[in-house]
Design a protein. Structure first.
Length: 286
């Protein structure tokens, strides 16, 4: 007779009760500081380009802002797990209007429902994100062409076309788009009031449709592509250590600790590095 399958590892297997309680605590102050930090970097990059306009400062600002736009997505993702602010209404309103809507992301409840399915069925046929990792491995030429498509805006264009075709009618489209449209109108109005309306195009739309897309692709590959065992939470996601430059341009807000996030889904993003260190100390490094 075949032996029963080994139960999947859970948070309770690797953490004590007191450790779980310590790691699950959410801080409204830390959440607010993270959102302010993201927008502070975006504003600083815009100011630097406005004061010293050149090809170098433009390209640098596009990369920094595009990565921080992805950082806003990371913070919205934390909010989808109720980890950005302790109060549910504050958590969702801040995540919607200051994180998700400005970068055109879907409304939070819709994303939350889909994303929780990803956690329940990671790497399995019912995983809604399976298509992001399934194509790998690919050739260098194929990945290079995908990166070029990201950087020239073709990926964004294709995504917008698919989204438009998915809308059943104009009212349905408006229900999905009104949040992003209103948030972007506010951003455009603010820059226009400062006499810098062109920065909305150069340093908001351009980063969003170029570098942000490439960073999103790199993260999709790093997190789940070619992981060996969808049933093992220590082998169905991947953590990639990141230095300061990588954190600035590719992996903001501890998103690179993705294995820890899947295993300990209740941990706010700003505690993931400490969770990583604790898992190493407990012998889970290999």
């Amino acid at each position: 007779m075949a032996s029963a399958a080994t139960p999947a590892l859970t948070a309770g297997d690797v953490l004590t009760f007191s450790e779980v309680r310590r790691f699950e605590r959410v801080s409204g102050l830390r959440g607010a500081l993270l959102v302010a930090h993201a927008w502070g970097i975006i504003i600083t990059a815009m100011v630097i380009y406005a004061l010293w306009p050149s090809a170098v400062t433009l390209l640098g600002a596009i990369a920094v802002i595009g990565a921080r736009q992805f950082g806003l997505v990371v913070l919205a993702h934390d909010a989808s797990h109720w980890r950005l602010f302790p109060r549910a209404k504050v958590n969702d309103r801040v995540a919607r209007w200051l994180c998700a809507f400005p970068v055109g992301a879907a409304d939070l409840p819709l994303y939350r429902k889909r994303h929780h399915r990803h956690h329940r069925h990671t790497g399995e046929p019912d995983d809604p994100d399976l298509a992001l990792a399934n194509p790998f491995p690919v050739t260098r030429a194929s990945f290079g062409w995908s990166a070029v498509r990201d950087l020239v805006g073709l990926t964004t264009g294709a995504g917008l076309l698919r989204a438009w075709r998915s809308y059943e009618n104009a009212p349905a489209a408006w229900r999905r788009l009104r949040g992003p449209v209103l948030a972007n109108l506010v951003l455009l109005a603010g820059l226009t009031a400062l006499g810098q309306w062109h920065l909305y195009v150069l340093l908001w739309i351009v980063p969003l449709v170029t570098w942000h897309q490439l960073v999103s692709r790199i993260r999709d590959v790093a997190e789940h592509a070619l992981t060996p065992d969808p049933e093992d939470p220590l082998r169905n996601a991947r953590t990639v250590l990141a230095g300061p430059l990588t954190r600035l341009l590719v992996a903001p807000y501890w998103v690179n600790y993705h294995l820890e996030h899947h295993l300990l889904v209740f941990v706010p993003c700003w505690k993931l590095r400490a969770a990583h260190a604790l898992l190493l100390a407990k012998g889970y490094g290999p």
